[in-house]
Design a binder for this molecule. Structure first.
Ligand SMILES: NC(=O)c1ccc[n+]([C@@H]2O[C@H](COP(=O)([O-])OP(=O)(O)OC[C@H]3O[C@@H](n4cnc5c(N)ncnc54)[C@H](O)[C@@H]3O)[C@@H](O)[C@H]2O)c1
Length: 351
């Protein structure tokens, strides 16, 4: 039976990936320090719904090499999704952010290198971010029909965009991104880097700091006003979680050609929406307007980010399948059915 180790497996992306691989009959090992508010609920969801005999959980930190290393040594595949995820927190505590994201990633790589033999060389997927491209100030932007758009890149941003780490979070994730790439080059590890755009879906406990789409959806449901920084015309390509896990699946299946590669992944131009578009979808779902509070742009906020996913499509044949209205509808209905849980998680997040 193949096995996958998922660091951050009690998080949003990690728990969905665990769910998928339990469903496929794999052995799944979740490795998580449980620092995410809502992590226990995600784990309960996993063990309630699936054959939990195949599910193991270690509550530990990716900074703890000695606990992590033997688990990496046993895994056929590693999804490295653990880490500090909020730009704001990285600015408040850059050292903590560095240790979780940069050192934590190096620990995963070193553990894989130490366990490498002629027959063991795990596939390692790394959850990087578009934030490593920075503010992209040199890229021309046009305002068209109330949407910011790239003047010269109608297909979105490709992997050729120069790196420009902004914020301690950008630096620590970018460090991991480059280490992943280099360990493929220098040591022949089978790493794959995914520079992810905005991922959203059910079981995402979004806050203003992280997971803005889920934050908007949950706020709309709970009848809370929304803060809009800037004019609301900023555009993001959003990707439903199932489509991200489909990409992981294809990359694992085609690890022979994907190893050592970097891919941008997001909803792409066909799933690019402005904040105001999203608010409009949510207003339709809840049947009444959402009160909006406008504030200044935040430093470093991109007017537009849209991924060019051509390389991923050409390499493994991946295409996103869930459109924005469908995905946001699924998230809204899930939130409505889990209102009490969301209130409890929000209470803890703001405690
Ligand atoms: N969600 C997105 O839109 C998005 C976009 C780009 C990149 N990413 C990256 O994907 C990864 C997963 O994101 P997510 O949205 O699932 O976040 P999440 O916060 O839901 O999950 C992260 C998990 O890691 C755990 N964790 C945090 N620090 C840890 C540590 N030091 N040791 C062990 N566990 C630790 C948390 O408890 C949590 O369960 C992150 O690394 C993030 O930077 C996410």
């Amino acid at each position: 039976m193949p096995s996958i180790l998922i660091t951050g497996g009690a998080g949003f992306i990690g728990s969905h990936t665990a769910h998928r691989y339990l469903g496929k009959g794999w052995k799944v090992h979740v490795y998580d320090n449980m620092s995410r508010v809502g992590a226990p609920a995600a784990l309960e969801w996993l063990s309630r719904h699936l054959q939990s005999a195949h599910l193991s959980v270690t509550q530990a930190d990716v900074r703890d090499y000695d606990t992590l290393a033997p688990l990496v040594a046993q895994a056929d595949v590693v999804l490295h999704a653990a880490g500090q995820t909020a730009v704001t927190k990285s600015v408040a505590n850059p050292r903590d952010d560095f240790l979780s994201n940069a050192l934590g990633t190096l620990n995963v790589l070193e553990a894989a290198r130490a366990s490498q033999t002629a027959t063991h060389n795990p596939v390692i997927l790394y959850t990087s971010t578009n934030k490593i491209y920075g503010g992209m100030e040199e890229v021309g932007i046009t305002l068209r029909d109330d949407h910011y758009a790239y003047t010269h890149f109608p297909g979105g941003m490709s992997e050729a965009q120069p790196l420009d780490f902004h914020s301690p979070y950008g630096c620590s994730k970018g460090t991991g991104d480059q280490y992943m790439r280099d360990y493929a080059r220098i040591y022949g590890l089978r790493t794959v880097v995914l520079r992810q755009s905005c991922i959203y879906g059910v079981w995402q406990f979004g806050t203003e700091d992280q997971g803005w789409l889920a934050h908007f959806t949950i706020s709309a449901l709970l009848d809370k006003p929304l803060n809009i920084y800037g004019d609301g015309k900023q555009v993001r390509d959003v990707l439903y979680i199932d489509d991200l896990v489909n990409a992981y699946d294809l990359l694992i299946e085609h690890a022979d050609i994907a190893a050592g590669q970097i891919f941008n992944i997001g909803g792409g131009p066909q799933n690019a929406v402005s904040l105001l578009d999203l608010i409009h979808i949510l207003e339709e779902l809840r049947g009444k307007p959402i009160p909006l509070v406008y504030d200044d742009w935040r430093p470093g906020d991109q007017r537009v980010y849209v991924s060019d996913t051509t390389k991923l499509r050409q390499t493994v044949g991946w295409e996103p399948a869930v459109g924005v209205a469908d995905g946001v509808g699924r998230l809204y209905h899930w939130a409505r059915e889990n209102r009490d849980l969301l209130l409890a998680v929000r209470g803890q997040a703001f405690a």
